[in-house]
Design a protein around this ligand. Sequence first.
Ligand SMILES: [Zn+2]
Length: 302
Amino acid sequence: MRFDAPLARSAVDRHAPRRTEPGLLEHLRTLPTTRVLRVAGPRVPLAPSDDAAPPRLAYCSPALLTGQDLEFYLGSGDGIDYLGALVDPTAPSEPDPQVSWLSLREVAALLPDLDAGLAVAAVALGQWHVKAGFCAVCGSPTDVEQAGWVRRCRAQGHEVFPRMDPAVIVAVTDDEDRLLLARARHFAAGRFSVLAGYVDAGESLEAAVRREIGEEVGIGLSRVRYLGSQAWPFPASLMCAFEARAESTDLVVDPTELAEARWFSRAEFAGAIADGTVKVAPRSAIARSQIERWYGQGLDLP
Ligand SMILES: [Zn+2]
């Protein structure tokens, strides 16, 4: 089965070289064709639609910008330039009562490609700005440059770039092609997923795969294979998906991380999904793509 990462879809041309154009944001703000995507933390505005239609983002005119919101250049698609604007995450002021604000986690997989790409970039950049107000080197306040893609500290000119934290996520199967699923301590009841963990400082992705699986369930791996990646900007992860074959099946579960870990045949998995004893990640999560790839078909679940 093909491997799709829903948040890796992008029909937007980011035009990175344009970010250094002097006055780019001011210029685009004056054009009637420019569209603005507001973000409030992980939440994005959705246009009203009837239940049958897939959701679309609700863009607004630059005229609606207050001048108080932090703005950035997202790029262009279909000949239209897009700005992002970071609005108050606690209370986005919404002039249109028909617009609803939802977490990108819930809607990302349902959005069209252009919307999905713009929303992932805007949410990631917006959340970085919230945490990048001060220079990590000298503690001075930072100012926004390059159309929102760089911050520079006032005291010594240190440049601060948007960052993402790489994580590995691994679909492990055994010799009978059973899939290893685990329930992390912090998961909701019944939620199972493939194992994941952050890459350590100075570590390769491949080494992180073997270390994480070794630490969490005590098994070695063979045939480690990279599948694909997607940003997961909640707030700043880059999920790097792998599949691997287990060298043994006896699990030694790390009780500090996991409540439970089990091997599932396809029949066992189908039964557990049907009777509700196992719940999986939403469609926007890369884990869902890994599980469906192993299962051989999509799951008829949100
Ligand atoms: Zn500094």
